[in-house]
Write a protein that binds this ligand. Sequence first.
Ligand SMILES: [Zn+2]
Ligand SMILES: [Zn+2]
Length: 367
Amino acid sequence: MKARAAIFREIGGSLTIEEIDVDEPGPQEVRVRTAACGVCHSDLHFMQGNIAGPRPTVPGHEPAGIVESVGSEVRLVKPGDHVIACTSMFCGQCTQCMLGRLHLCTDRRPMRRRKGERPRLSQDGQELFQFADLSGFAELMLLHEKALVRIDDDIPLAQASLVGCGVTTGVGAALNTAKVTPGSSVVVFGAGGVGNSVIQGARIAGARQIIAVDIFPQKLEVAKGFGATHTILVGPQNPDLDPVKEIKKLSQGGVDFAFDAVGNATLASQCFYALAPRGLAVIVGAIPRGQTLTLEPGHFYVEKMITGSIMGSNRFHIEAPQYLELYRQGRLDLDSMITERMPLSEVNVALEAMSSGEVTRTVLTFD
Ligand SMILES: [Zn+2]
Ligand SMILES: [Zn+2]
């Protein structure tokens, strides 16, 4: 079936909107008509060459839509169902899956078509690769059923799409990776889509103090709406301020949990130094290749810890409906996460707005 899609061909290049062919669903596959797809930093990282992958590719990995047709063995969803998709699909058989860490699954092959099979996406017979095995920047998606979770029809699809990556990454980093405790103190570097999701996760967990750090004053104002109790402006507008000192002062000696939601070695080390004894620093953002993280080892004497967090250590099929229930109750704010909506044709504008750092989230919406 024909569909319009944004295609990525050259590192550093922009996306072009072209017509592609989306194949019929195989036995465990689902074809979904895309309703919305959030624009996430990982799309940009991929287009800049920081995340490796084959090309030409259709990016986009934060989608929601309506099931159009399903393969013969699909049992989880049916045509007409509203769904969100997440890249954290799992084989169920590797060691990490067996340990219950589905988001760290090491074998994605069962969720892909085999070499030699007809590609899911193509153009004039040439394969187009699926970024994150999803490709949400397209009117139609062809996905393995394990990528999908059915959601209730009353949840708006633009808001729901955010749960496919950014919200799950941030809220999950607070609730699953860090296990933020009630009454604790937290700092979050970066108040964009992921950072504000960490802030919301910390608020839901009952943190007493949530300090947001950013270089844009307007983003710090927005962060207060999501639950930040204190803010620190850093960067060119406040060059003399040492964020670690400021955090230690506000938290009276250091925070229990620190999150780098930007992905930057300097910020990651500041997270570590801002910790109280036994505190945990969590690297949520993707630190670009080539940067090196240097830490003074003396800090380990007070049992400080540092860890990565990928996709919020999620179990998507359990947590996505929970997050949407929290949304329905007004406890997880997805409405304010959406800064702007744009059509697919403006995807390059949306990517540009994100790289300038001034938006929380842009969502592409489809008619
Ligand atoms: Zn993402
Ligand atoms: Zn696995």
